[in-house]
Structure formats: structure tokens, C-alpha cells
Design a protein around this ligand. Structure first.
Ligand SMILES: Nc1ncnc2c1ncn2[C@@H]1O[C@H](COP(=O)(O)OP(=O)(O)O)[C@@H](O)[C@H]1O
Ligand SMILES: [Mg+2]
Length: 243
């Protein structure tokens, strides 16, 4: 197994507040890890640290065995390997759906536009939105926009995708289509770290579930272990609250 991402004893503070208290977590290639936990437990902060959007105050983070704390590391290069999708579907409003997908590969990766265009169109085909390629994002539903945001990330061919509650801002009727896309990606071996409140989805799709409580990774295991036989009282209490 190849280790894609490895967090070891990561500590993160904002001023006096300790938000991550020595979190260790490993993601192998093709693995899907779902990060669960109450609001404010530190899920977003963990994902942002992994993507170098935040600096850390202790511990180490490595990508393919290389420490991200190494000063010689180019953060832009790291972010090319790590795609991130947020709760708010932040497509560029002034660009068409197709241009949203092309902009990264063409400008950041300097790839040939004609070549990337074909790939982008097949990604749109895959999510059933090929005929919407020339529309602007505001013509699409929230679920469609979020699916475009996800394939926009994929167009950069990242080694790892971080997803931060990508269905939380959606109308409940639109959640399913986004989760279905993530299921499809998981089936195709996309390595993903997913912060989510969708417990049924996590149970279905995750290889590992990690429960974060107030900055502590209290428990990690297979969905079966964590959901059916949680070892810690706080995990049990959390699962009861969300069920
Ligand atoms: N930029 C920031 N400055 C100060 N505190 C922050 C900042 N970002 C997050 N926090 C705090 O860190 C804690 C964890 O937040 P977050 O990672 O967003 O949790 P979650 O995503 O699980 O809801 C919260 O108490 C939050 O208020
Ligand atoms: Mg969050």
C-alpha cells in the first residue's frame, strides 16, 4: 500500500484556542476516509492544514512520504496534488461551466487547451451535464454546481481529493446526486478525505471512519467498527445525537 497523506500528531492553535490536539491519520492510495464529528470539532481545520491553507503548530504532515513542513516545498505544487472542494460551490461566476473546468489545467498545468477540452467534456458527460457546458454557473442548480466543482477539481488530476461538507449547503433534494458522484469516484479508486454529516453515506462508502471530538481523533476504524461497535462513550453519544 502506498501512503498518500500522513498526519502525525498534528497540533493547530488559533491564538489561545487549541483546535487540533495531536491528530494522527493516514490515507493510502485509493482509500476513502470519512471524517465525522460535531460542528467545531476541527474537521475543516484538519482539511485546511492538509492543503497548506493553514500552518500547523506541532506534528508533521507528509504527502507521499515527503514532509510538507520542508521549507523547500512549493505550496502551489502541493495544492496541485491535492484537490479541495468546499461547502459553498465556489465556481467562477464569470466563466462558463466548461471554462471553469479548463482554467486550472490550462493556466496552472500549462496543458494544451484542445486536449483538456476533450477531457473536460467527458467529465461533464460523466455527470450528465455536457449540454450545459456553455452555461454560466448561476443557470445551474446547487447540486449541478457542486458536481461541476468536484469535476473541476478532478480535471487537475489530483492524487488526493479533500471534500469539506460538500452537501451541507444544498437543498436536501439535491444531496443525493452529489453523494452519487462521490460514490462513483470511490468505486473508481479516487483517494478521498471527506468531512461529512451524511452518516449513511459514510457507512456505505468509507474504508475508514475517523471521529473527531474537540480536536481529538477519538476513534478510527472501519464503518462497521465505528458505527456498530463504537469504543468510546463520546462516539456513542455523537452517533445517537445525529441519528
Ligand atoms: N481562522 C480561525 N480563527 C479562530 N478560530 C478558528 C478559525 N477557524 C476555525 N476556528 C475554530 O476552530 C474550531 C474548529 O473549527 P472547524 O475546523 O471549522 O470545525 P468543523 O469543521 O468541525 O465544524 C472552532 O472552535 C472554530 O471556532
Ligand atoms: Mg467545517
Amino acid at each position: 500500500m502506498e501512503k498518500v497523506l500522513e498526519l502525525d500528531s498534528v497540533v493547530k492553535r488559533f491564538g489561545e484556542t487549541v483546535v487540533l490536539r495531536g491528530v494522527s491519520l493516514t490515507l493510502e492510495r485509493h482509500e476513502v476516509v470519512c471524517l465525522i464529528g460535531a460542528s467545531g470539532s476541527g474537521k475543516s481545520t484538519l482539511l485546511r492544514c492538509a492543503n497548506l491553507l493553514e500552518t500547523i503548530d506541532g506534528g508533521t504532515i507528509s504527502l507521499f512520504g515527503q514532509s510538507l513542513l520542508d521549507e523547500r516545498i512549493d505550496p502551489d505544487l502541493v495544492r496541485r496534488h491535492i484537490g479541495m472542494v468546499f461547502q459553498s460551490f465556489n465556481l467562477f461566476p464569470h466563466l462558463s461551466v466548461l471554462e471553469n473546468i479548463l482554467v486550472g489545467p490550462v493556466h496552472a498545468l500549462k496543458r494544451r487547451r484542445s486536449e483538456v477540452r476533450d477531457e473536460a467534456l467527458s467529465l461533464l458527460e460523466r455527470i450528465g451535464l455536457r449540454e450545459r457546458a456553455d452555461d454560466f454557473p448561476d443557470r445551474l442548480s446547487g447540486g449541478q454546481q457542486q458536481r461541476v466543482a468536484i469535476v473541476r477539481s478532478l480535471a487537475m488530476q489530483p492524487s488526493l481529493l479533500l471534500l469539506d461538507e460538500v452537501t451541507s449547503a444544498l437543498d436536501p433534494t439535491l444531496v443525493g446526486e452529489v453523494l452519487d458522484l462521490l460514490r462513483d469516484l470511490a468505486r473508481h479508486g479516487t483517494t478521498m478525505l471527506i468531512a461529512t454529516h451524511e452518516m449513511n453515506f459514510a457507512r456505505d462508502v468509507a474504508h475508514q471512519v475517523a471521529y473527531l471530538d474537540n480536536g481529538v481523533l477519538v476513534e478510527q476504524g472501519t464503518p462497521e467498527q465505528v458505527f456498530t461497535n463504537p469504543q468510546h462513550e463520546s462516539t456513542r453519544a455523537f452517533l445517537e445525537r445525529v441519528r
